[in-house]
Design a protein around this ligand. Structure first.
Ligand code: FAD
Ligand code: NAD
Length: 465
């Protein structure tokens, strides 16, 4: 068969690219090696983790927070099997929905392992055998896999990745987490809320080291209240599955030797691009540093008619970044001039409090020697936060000292995952703090913290501080 476009990988990068290309009139084939569409995000990433985060938050609130609202809960119990089952249902419905979208858009979906077979050709290996299709353009959207510790590869029994952590048979009594990044803190939160003693070992000196420094410090404080223990600046030297549990040895920031035991150890130290068996050599393509596929500013590889998007090319390993790239490539192939602004891709951590950011961090800007002003506003000073009883965290708006243009917005607190959209809009339109501060925000809402932080950034004008 012959297609205008063949996409290898049915994750958020690949399937969204397929939809946009079909909307633009292209004849599209989508190759996915697993029976279910949606990739890491839908099956073992964003969706199942958020389902468990929401369920565990309900449980935690009922156990710890309802009382202050005058609500007594007697006989509260945890049915972890049901929690997991619900998560699986949410995943199933989402993946089925994606399959329906493919059907609706007339996209040919082939379930099998795709490999490049020379320019313009893709061979797909299915249970029935191999078949080859031809395509004018090919997009590689093969995503990523968890990184292993070189001395202790995940055995999926006791030394586990996020995939196993999303489907444990029971909430364990103890859990070790290596890596205080997004996965470690989100999945650690799920289990800490269910009563698991969670201990995090992180190589660097703070949580969420890729985000603005103040966010990690504040989140560490909140998670400690939830019962997390942290060993920051620690170097793991040994990790052994002892059958019934794991033993981790490390040297902490002060040079002391640590020996930690737990039922499981979640290794969450980042993800690596997935290009295994992709036939790159057949088109003369090699992977770049750390195994990522290299692309130009328009997401073209160096091989003619071959594009790459999403986790496999690196950058922010986020579903919405992969989606934006998928849309951009489809539009470029169809002859359009798409808009893709890497400077306004938000990052969100779905812990409680939630963490969200867009634009540059204070550390990055100082390193670049930018003259900046910073406005902060704490949620505790907000009526809405007090009414809800969710008072932790703050919003921080960073602006250029001379022009007042917003360069970064960083927030930790209630509903920040959704509120960051306002900051994205503002930055997309090159708004100044004055612009944001002069917009009316409904009262009482959490979003007033953004206005107040913007007022603070324009020059100490916050009204409720
Ligand atoms: P993927 O989603 O990895 O999809 C690639 C697809 O390609 C897979 O389905 C794979 O089976 C298929 N494939 C690979 N090779 C072949 C081949 N040769 N032939 C056929 N098929 C192939 N991001 C967020 O933005 N928000 C979140 O809340 C979030 N939560 C996450 C939670 C966890 C636990 C994890 C692990 C990740 C999370 N992410 C989140 C990251 C997000 O899942 C990824 O950034 C996103 O899925 C990347 O999309 P992609 O399309 O590039 O790759
Ligand atoms: P990450 O990069 O967020 O965090 C990895 C952490 O592990 C870092 O803090 C790093 O310093 C630490 N680390 C690395 N090697 C170590 C070692 N040997 N010992 C101790 N600590 C070590 O990676 P992740 O949490 O594995 O997540 C992978 C990707 O998935 C991320 O890029 C993230 O964007 C994406 N993701 C996103 C979301 C979300 O958007 N909410 C949720 C989950 C995952």
């Amino acid at each position: 068969m012959s297609y205008d476009l063949c996409i290898i990988g049915g994750g958020p990068g690949g399937y969204v690219c397929a939809i946009r290309a079909a909307q633009l009139g292209l004849k599209v084939a989508l190759i996915e090696r697993y029976p279910s569409l949606g990739g890491t995000c839908t099956n073992v990433g964003c969706i199942p983790s958020k389902a468990l985060l929401d369920s565990s938050e309900h449980y935690h609130n009922a156990a710890k927070n309802f009382k202050q609202h005058g609500i007594g809960v007697e006989g509260l119990s945890l049915d972890f099997g049901q929690m997991r089952k619900r998560k699986d249902q949410v995943v199933g419905i989402t993946a089925t929905g994606i399959a329906k979208l493919m059907e609706k858009n007339g996209i040919t979906v082939i379930h099998g392992h795709g490999r490049l077979d020379g320019p313009g050709r893709v061979t797909v290996k299915t249970n029935e055998g191999e078949s080859t299709l031809e395509a004018k353009e090919i997009v590689l959207a093969t995503g990523s896999k968890p990184t292993n510790l070189p001395f202790a590869p995940c055995d999926k029994q006791r030394i586990i990745t996020s995939t196993e952590a999303l489907s444990l048979p029971e909430a364990p009594k103890t859990l070790l987490v290596i890596g205080a990044g997004v996965i470690g803190l989100e999945l650690g939160s799920v289990y800490a809320r269910l009563g698991t003693k969670v201990t995090v070992v992180e190589a660097l000196d703070r949580c969420l080291p890729t985000m603005d420094g103040e966010l990690g410090v504040e989140l560490e404080r909140s998670l400690k209240k939830l019962g997390f223990r942290f060993h920051l600046g620690a170097k793991v030297s040994e990790l052994v599955n002892r059958g019934e549990d794991v033993l981790l040895k490390a040297v902490d920031a002060k040079g002391r030797e640590l020996e930690l035991e737990a039922e499981y150890c979640l290794v969450a130290i980042g993800r690596r691009p997935y290009t295994e068996g992709l036939g790159l050599e057949s088109v003369g393509l090699q992977t770049g540093p750390r195994g990522f596929l290299q692309v130009d500013a328009e997401l073209r590889t160096s091989a003619k008619g071959l594009w790459a998007i999403g986790d496999v090319i690196g950058g922010a390993m986020l579903a919405h970044k992969a989606e934006e790239e998928g849309v951009a490539v489809a539009e470029r192939i169809a002859g359009h001039k798409p808009h893709l602004n890497y400077g306004t891709i938000p990052g969100v951590v779905y812990t409680w409090p939630e963490v969200a950011a867009v634009g540059a961090s204070e550390e990055e800007l100082k390193e670049r020697g930018r003259e900046i002003r910073v406005g902060r506003f704490p949620f505790v000073a907000l009526g809405r936060a007090r009414a809800a009883g969710d008072k932790e965290g703050f919003v921080k708006v960073i602006v250029d000292a001379a022009s007042d243009e917003i360069l970064g917005v960083h927030m930790i607190g209630p509903r920040c995952a959704d509120m960051i959209a306002e900051a994205v809009t503002a930055m997309e339109y090159h708004a100044s703090a004055e612009d944001l501060a002069s917009m009316c925000h409904a009262h009482p809402t959490f979003s007033e913290a953004i206005k107040e932080a913007a007022l603070a950034a324009t020059g100490d004008r916050a009204l409720h501080l």
